[in-house]
Ligand binder design. Structure first.
Ligand SMILES: [Zn+2]
Length: 271
């Protein structure tokens, strides 16, 4: 539920969680799972953070756009729902069970996806927050008056049964409706035992890094691709790198306007 209010004002919001990677033998199979927590409530929309800027913090690369990618969500006109490129995307890590090399692999994947999307990820540090599909978009007691940072949680099937068949699950959390809708937070849940098994070997490490990039691309707002050679294919095999279409989709996701928060306190009823 995530109900909470501050300052006497409460605003409904919609939380979306997308993305699952299912691993079977040498084949990575991903499935799309969308959970909408209709009753998730955010306190009053937090004001712009001190690290917000008037211009994008970085720009996505100029890439060929062959189409063939999808977005987690789109607004009017088919434009993707995006993150605000003028502020960093803050990340916290719940380290329980983190495998050796896991943090470095995560850091490399954050840099790769951030560069491809023209977004800046900032890892704030560690948290003991547990992953929760109905996670609060704003959690003042834990994170202060700001959008909750993206939670990257090393986990296992005991905590999240979906990890019995998935190496990772990820999705952005959105706020607002229509052309105002944007990603403001999100979660990435990683199967620590699977990564611990895969990271030590060369091929396993590449596979693990591919899963991380796949999940972080979901976090940025990229959906699955029907191209079996795409890293964003729900069923992909021996694909370890972002393809041309994947990169085009990520670049579009980072090519949005600076949103700001002023005047965005109205018309955000959740559904
Ligand atoms: Zn996926």
């Amino acid at each position: 539920m995530g109900a909470g209010t501050t300052g006497g004002s409460s605003t409904a919001a919609v939380v979306t969680t997308v993305g699952a990677v299912v691993v079977a033998a040498a084949v990575l199979v991903t499935s799309l799972a969308v959970d909408r927590a209709a009753d998730a409530v955010a306190p009053a929309v937090p004001g712009p953070p001190p690290d917000a800027r008037a211009e994008p913090l970085r720009l996505p690369p100029d890439v060929v756009d062959p189409g063939g990618y999808t977005f987690v969500d789109t607004g009017p006109g088919g434009q993707p729902v995006r993150w605000d490129p003028c502020r960093p995307v803050h990340v916290v890590v719940r380290p329980d069970g983190e495998p050796q090399g896991g943090r470095a692999a995560l850091g490399a994947a954050l840099e790769e996806v951030g560069e491809a999307a023209g977004l800046v990820f900032v890892v704030d540090g560690e948290t003991d927050e547990r992953p929760d599909p109905a996670r609060r978009l704003v959690d003042p007691r834990r994170y202060g008056e700001r959008w909750s940072p993206v939670l990257v949680a090393w986990s296992d099937a005991g905590e999240d049964p979906r990890l019995a068949e998935a190496a990772g699950l990820a999705g952005p959390a959105g706020y607002g409706e229509g052309s105002r809708r944007r990603w403001v937070s999100g979660s990435v849940v990683l199967d620590a035992p699977w990564f611990a098994e895969n990271l030590p070997a060369e091929l396993g490490r590449r596979r693990a890094e591919a899963v991380l990039v796949h999940e972080l691309a979901h976090l940025v707002g990229l959906g699955h691709s029907s191209d079996p050679f795409s890293l964003m294919s729900p069923t992909y095999q021996s694909v370890y790198d972002l393809g041309t279409a994947d990169r085009a989709g990520l670049a579009r996701l980072g090519d949005g306007p600076c949103e700001g928060d002023a005047g965005r306190r109205d018309g955000d009823a959740g559904t």
